[in-house]
Design a protein around this ligand. Sequence first.
Ligand SMILES: *Cc1c(COP(=O)(O)O)cnc(C)c1O
Length: 394
Amino acid sequence: MSQDGLIPFNRPCLTGKELEYIADAIRRGHASGDGFYTQQCHRFFENQFEIKKALLTTSCTHALEMAAILCNIRPGDEVIVPSYTFTSTVNAFVLRGARPVFCDIRPDTLNLDETRVETLITANTKAIVPVHYGGVSCEMDSLLEIAKNHKLFVIEDNAQGIFGKYKNKNLGSLGNLGTLSFHETKNINCGEGGALLINDSSLAERAEIIREKGTNRSQFFRGQIDKYGWVDLGSSFLPSDILAAYLWSQLEMWPSIVAKRKTIWDTYYQELTTWAESLGIGLPHVPSHVEQSHHLFYLIFPDLENRTRFIQHLKQKGIHAVFHYQALHCSPMGLNLGGAKGQCPISEQMSDRLVRLPFFNSLTQEEQWRVIETTLEFQLLNLKKPMSHARLAA
Ligand SMILES: *Cc1c(COP(=O)(O)O)cnc(C)c1O
């Protein structure tokens, strides 16, 4: 517990080796991109996730922007995205001139509803961007099948799902491209950072070029060409090796981070299930063929009023809980891009009803018990009859 007794929603967590590795990265005399620690991280992801190529980026946002360039997204193209997601999932494609086509989410996993995707496909559709919400996989078999039949790219926004799996396959390795985030709030972090995971080997060479300001510098340094020059579109998407050193100190410890987060998630689920079911409050759903990443733990209240009261109730006890996305099709930008209220009803409901409990690697048992006990004290107001989460969402 922090000294003032407050339990934050998130606390950035260190493993202990960060400063040592950062100092080493500086001493090695190669603090720009693609130094020793960057190579370590690349090899780790390529082996661990069984992908053709991994490239560290300055953020998951930038990895998504690289993906949009790699898929040749152009003005007039359409990209199918969930409405219940972070802005970067969509911005990356809008920046290339694409029109986002917002798809609603499933009421159980809150992931892109694969049964609605096909109806949204037109002659202009170029890509589908599944987001594994909370690190619980989307229904990838269906999505990959649809993409294959319509010749679409699949770009997994796997910002939340590192080490998660779908039918024993690593999230981020199923689509043509996948992304990761190492933002301070994510399971593995280096402050700000990300990665592009390349499963489709035909995209690998161009990915290096886009990441290196449109030059074939990487090939030059490998001795594959005599001089390097400007060959394609690009920007500066590679992080300093100092950040990669920070990241490596966390990646090295991944099994203990995964275990710690699983314990926290399982404890919330065990201790809150009876209470939640008796009140008709929704809890996360993890299909049996999915291994989740234990990124977050949420509760779904019957309405906005009760959610607001719940957040207030925790706040009075020094506990900080937060809601999540405002459905993007109803945001000012989403409305400008053709979104309309009522278009994705489940996403709209979740904007009002979902709340996330404190969840970070260093959450202590005492802190978690305080969150659980305070949650169990909460009573719903004005609820005429208890309703099941599924019925409310239907
Ligand atoms: C965190 C997050 C991002 C953005 O990650 P950054 O590394 O901060 O750019 C994108 N998509 C989703 C679903 C996220 O949760």
